[in-house]
Design a protein around this ligand. Structure first.
Ligand SMILES: *Cc1c(COP(=O)(O)O)cnc(C)c1O
Length: 551
């Protein structure tokens, strides 16, 4: 067994993680962030192990039918190719029967050579029933019973597997409420409530209700047993449901939200506990295009482990950043043509909207007044790239995808709108590196953080975003992008404002002041890179949440 596993004292427990494009045990932002944190933990040598479900069937492979509707198909992947099976098998009791769980291990290596293991929990064992073998199959699939069973595997098997592997875990980091049964299992196995609480920290990732798992107590009783139901009612008194967020908050010694603004929102939602702010970050080495990384290596050496080095980019010629971005841009234009058959105009700026397709993110806001948009495009041409999956049960998200396809058809000949199916690690890397404007229009304060805009900024892409999440901390007026609307402004005004800013600020800057545009690109790198690297939040977690000695 591997040494990095033995020396781990912090376990980061997450329903999903995006480590490699071929390991499809992730759906989107939550998993990509976990993957970035694993990489950053390796870079700075934190003694961590990450734990997730194997999710052999993946999440959703996105097909689009002739009418522009998303078709949801499973997206299986080869666990055997990416991870090695470990010997110990632990058994947990679900719905009154024993379910066997084993772990597979994947390892990644950081800049200094330190390794970080990820355990992938798997119930696909011959001794389990056919149904139980599929429990760790489809990420976020099935009904609410399936979801609770999955979260029970994650929450209840993790501590036993780690113990069986010889790990001594001081702190469990519950990444979102999915892992909230972990401290419950510690209590069931003999810890006092205070002892269990003292071993857990919790991060809440969204104020949106759909991201907050709640289960009927009757279902909890059926899945976890009457005694555990009684325990849950003691741990979170007076709740008519099993609310995984409230459970995690109540059973953690430290809780945080993922941006300053989100911490304020979460503090209002959960007044009884202190919610700290640890603003998200992204793994710069993973998200920086090769040509841009070359610039950093030359002009900001050391940036891979000390992101502060990127401040030096403020002093280089803007054209250096523009040239490096130009390579990624040319590559992207080639990829778009290969994937869609559409040749984008290389002289026109490329706007990109790529994120999960769901209501509060307003994926079709750009198209709310299509005639006006097309008029703007006639005088100052630009192209639009769109990507993103809808959760199979999110009807609004599905409708938005269909609306965007309709807008693309209605724009034909006057504006290129290209929908690229299958938003995932690989497509995201191309888009954040090669587009010119990164569009983000959530209804404030519902975007807890957002991370794709950070990836774009370090590649010299300018953000055009409503005032929400990380952008409130990253935006420098007129220097590194644009903010839509005023804080506390009416969200219904964002659509018209977006078109007005496009027409009067963004496009004129491109067509009439390209030198200033290049300065903004450079300053986006120099202002966002140092503050929004995943290394910064990992240092914050280490010091404040994990209580690790500094250094
Ligand atoms: C970064 C990333 C996300 C999260 O981006 P948001 O800005 O938070 O929407 C989602 N999916 C993929 C594939 C990503 O790379």
């Amino acid at each position: 067994m591997t040494d990095c596993l033995k020396s781990a004292s912090i376990a980061f427990v997450t329903m999903e993680i995006a480590l490699e494009p071929g390991m499809r045990c992730y759906s989107g932002g939550l998993g990509v962030l976990a993957g970035d944190y694993a990489l950053a933990a390796a870079d700075i040598g934190l003694p961590m192990v990450f734990v997730t479900l194997a999710s052999r069937e993946g999440y959703v492979r996105q097909g689009i039918d002739a009418q522009g509707h998303q078709i949801d198909v499973p997206d299986p992947w080869d666990l055997e190719k990416w991870a090695k099976p470990l010997d110990p098998v632990v058994r947990i009791v679900l719905e009154g029967r024993q379910v066997a769980v084993r772990a597979w291990v994947h390892e990644l290596q950081g800049e200094g050579g330190a390794r970080i293991p990820t355990l992938l929990l798997d119930t696909d064992l011959p001794e389990n029933s056919a149904e139980d073998r599929k429990l760790t199959g489809r990420l976020y699939g099935g009904d609410e019973r399936y979801r609770l069973l999955q979260e029970a595997v994650l929450g209840m098997a993790t501590s036993h597997i780690l113990k069986a592997l010889g790990c001594t875990i001081a702190t469990f980091h519950l990444n979102e409420g999915h892992a909230a049964l972990l401290p419950v299992e510690l209590v069931r196995k003999g810890a006092s409530v205070d002892e269990a609480r003292d071993r857990c920290v919790f991060t809440t990732h969204t104020p949106v209700a759909a991201g907050r798992d709640r289960f009927p107590l009757s279902l909890a009783e059926r899945v976890l047993g009457p005694q555990t139901r009684g325990l849950l009612e003691r741990l979170v008194p007076g709740e008519p449901e099993l609310d995984m967020t409230l459970l995690a908050l109540g059973m953690s010694r430290y809780s945080n939200a993922v941006s300053c603004r989100h911490a304020e929102t979460a503090q209002e939602m959960y007044p009884g506990v202190t919610i700290h702010a640890v603003t998200n970050g992204v793994h710069l080495g993973r998200w920086t295009a090769p040509a841009m990384a070359d610039v950093f290596d030359r002009d900001a050496p050391g940036w891979r482990t000390d992101p502060d080095c990127l401040r030096r980019i403020a002093g280089i010629e803007p054209e250096e950043v523009a040239k490096a971005h130009g390579k990624a841009r040319t590559h992207l234009i080639g990829e778009v043509e290969r994937l869609s058959g559409i040749a984008l105009d290389p002289d026109a700026p490329i706007l990109c909207y790529a994120r999960r397709m769901t209501g509060y993110k307003r994926p079709a806001l750009l198209f709310h007044d299509l005639e006006r948009l097309l008029e703007i495009a006639e005088r100052q041409p630009f192209s639009v790239l769109v990507a993103g999956k809808a959760h199979p049960k999110d009807d609004t998200g599905h409708a938005e995808i269909a609306r965007i396809h309709q807008a693309a058809r209605d724009s034909r000949g006057r504006l290129s709108v290209v929908f690229l199916p299958g938003y995932g690690l690989e497509l995201a890397a191309k888009l954040v590196a090669g587009t010119d404007v990164w569009l983000n229009v959530p209804i404030p304060p519902l975007e807890a953080s957002g991370t794709s805009g950070m990836k774009a900024a370090v590649n010299g892409v300018l953000n055009l975003s409503t005032r929400d999440g990380w952008w409130l901390e990253g935006y420098r007026e007129g220097r590194n992008g644009w903010a839509i609307g005023q804080e506390g402004g009416d969200p219904d005004e964002h659509g018209p404002l977006l078109l007005e800013m496009l027409e009067k600020q963004v496009l004129p800057e491109w067509y009439e002041h390209r030198d200033r545009w290049h300065c903004m690109m450079r300053d986006a790198v120099a202002t966002v890179g140092p503050r929004f690297s995943a290394i910064r939040p990992m240092h914050e977690y280490a010091a404040e949440a994990y209580r690790l000695p500094a250094g």
